[in-house]
Design a protein around this ligand. Structure first.
Ligand code: 5GP
Length: 116
């Protein structure tokens, strides 16, 4: 069940500020408030979806396609196409998800360590 009071919903409604990297009608990409790498950007679709499976199952194909394609734009804005990056999406309790509006983490700017 989607909670309209989650922090990313508030960011989308401009109730909480964010340091924006890219925005269009479908998505918003912004810097994480507590970065885990030199570059740590979050990407969220503007549709109300709790997690990865909710997004890819219940959003229309155009939304899903544009959201993931926008990573291309963001990677160039961050200038990390050549140096590389890691994309993570946490789902549920075992996945360590804290904010229940689907999002991806883009980690870059340095060598990202091993998992866990
Ligand atoms: P999760 O653990 O749900 O995958 O990640 C949630 C992320 O949201 C965390 O990395 C956390 O630092 C980030 N975050 C939580 N609240 C805010 C906020 O108000 N602004 C921004 N920019 N990031 C936030």
């Amino acid at each position: 069940m989607y909670d309209d009071n989650n922090v990313f919903a508030k960011i989308l409604r401009n109730e909480i500020p964010c340091n924006k990297v890219y925005e269009d009608d479908y998505s918003l990409f912004f810097h994480d408030i507590n970065p885990q790498a030199k570059i740590h950007v979050l990407g969220i679709p503007k549709t109300k979806c709790v997690d990865f499976l909710d997004f890819i199952s219940n959003s229309n194909t155009k939304n899903v396609s544009i959201f993931f394609n926008n990573v291309n734009i963001v990677v160039d804005k961050l200038n990390v196409r050549e140096s590389g990056f890691r994309i993570i999406s946490n789902s549920g309790i075992n996945g360590g998800q804290e904010v229940f509006h689907f999002h991806i983490h883009i980690l870059a700017g340095e060598k990202i360590g091993a998992f866990k």
